[in-house]
Design a protein around this ligand. Structure first.
Ligand SMILES: *[C@@H]1O[C@H](CO)[C@@H](O)[C@H](O)[C@H]1NC(C)=O
Length: 200
């Protein structure tokens, strides 16, 4: 019996490390910004510039992670089950759905909303509830995970499922930090708005 996943490939572990590194990095960066204004200070006291720099960094890390994933899959065995046309082709709607979720949520949130602007004190007027946020609580994460899954299926690599599961786990841990923070920061502003009104 041939192996499903070749764990002896260094590229597999490099991809796994980058999948875990990315959300860890941006949560540490965002928390340093929130508590110590580290990024804002780095950009001459301009939070918007700091947020754009973080956006470019996170975006580039994402591209690099996708590249490492693709390199990792290239070194892995394929499985004939995944190469059957109906399975292979199911990757297309999955990939499209994933990309629609990611791109429409970026469009709805804008750059600062997508890339942790709330940690910089850059808040939206109101939390976004329109599409795709009415179909998924975390469309960016769900969409990204779907794209990883679609790639694994399209390339017929069982190892891709393992790495996709790691992506899902990493995002789920990240959300445990991010969701309560976002709720807290908007609740805080709501209190401040109410107090502001009272003062008038
Ligand atoms: C979400 O919003 C879109 C467009 O605003 C709408 O077409 C769709 O029916 C909504 N979906 C749900 C589940 O509410």
């Amino acid at each position: 019996m041939s192996t499903l996943v070749d764990f002896s490939q260094p590229s597999f572990w490099i991809s796994a490390a980058s999948i875990l590194f990315n959300p860890t990095f941006w949560n540490i960066a965002a928390s340093q910004e929130y508590h110590n204004k580290v990024i804002t200070k780095l950009f001459g006291g301009n939070p918007r510039l700091g947020c754009y720099a973080l956006a470019v960094t996170i975006f580039s890390l994402g591209i690099f992670r996708d590249y490492l994933y693709s390199e990792a899959l290239a070194a892995q065995p394929s499985h004939p089950f995944l190469e059957q046309p109906p399975i292979h082709l199911s990757a297309i709607p999955l990939f499209l759905t994933g990309n629609i979720l990611v791109l429409t949520s970026m469009y709805a949130l804008g750059v600062t909303g997508t890339y942790l602007g709330d940690y910089f004190g850059i808040l939206m007027d109101a939390p976004v509830t329109s599409f795709p946020f009415n179909v998924s609580a975390a469309p960016m994460y769900h969409g990204s995970t779907l794209s990883f899954l679609a790639t694994a299926i399209w390339k017929g690599k069982p190892a891709g499922f393992v790495l996709t599961a790691l992506v899902a786990a990493a995002y789920s841990v990240a959300r445990r930090w991010e969701d309560p923070f976002t709720d807290m920061i908007y609740a805080k502003r709501e209190r401040e708005r109410k107090e502001g009104k009272k003062g008038l």
